[in-house]
Ligand binder design. Sequence first.
Ligand SMILES: C=Cc1ccc(O)cc1
Length: 179
Amino acid sequence: MSTKQFKTLDDFLGTHFIYTYDNGWEYEWYAKNNHTVDYRIHGGMVAGRWVTDQEANIVMLTEGIYKIDWTEPTGTDVALVFVPNENKLHGTIFFPKWVEEHPEITVTYQNEHIDLMEESREKYETYPKLVVPEFAKITYVGEAGQDNEDVISEAPYPEMPDDIRNGRYFDEHYHRRNK
Ligand SMILES: C=Cc1ccc(O)cc1
């Protein structure tokens, strides 16, 4: 995979990843800046969902190891530990019961439907939560730079991860082609 070496928090911020969890779920995730993440979901229980400007806590635990935690308008909580120098991470997703029972409600560009997420988390059940702890293998690392609005800027489509991995999606300035 990638040969980039990660040492500092700054090495991590601005990085764009694609990875596949051992349960087969494929995610794309971007460390937009030191308090913000964007992501797109290509495979798994909520494939098709995408989110920008999610507030998150991002820290470096020790050289080259990064921990990211956030809570979403759906009530879903996420904790990620990236070990990018070994092309791997561990992620735990804590889904409220309602997301497990009605995943389709969350499969959208969430930013345009925050009210629906907040209404749904009140209307449906929270407990018991579904905890999904998984390792993942990183299949793509891109140096997008911080605050790049082109990284996660449209809904996922089936060939998108391959287009990105094969260099067909971003130009040399990490702007989206064909826009
Ligand atoms: C629920 C969001 C989410 C985003 C990235 C990831 O690796 C796991 C969950």
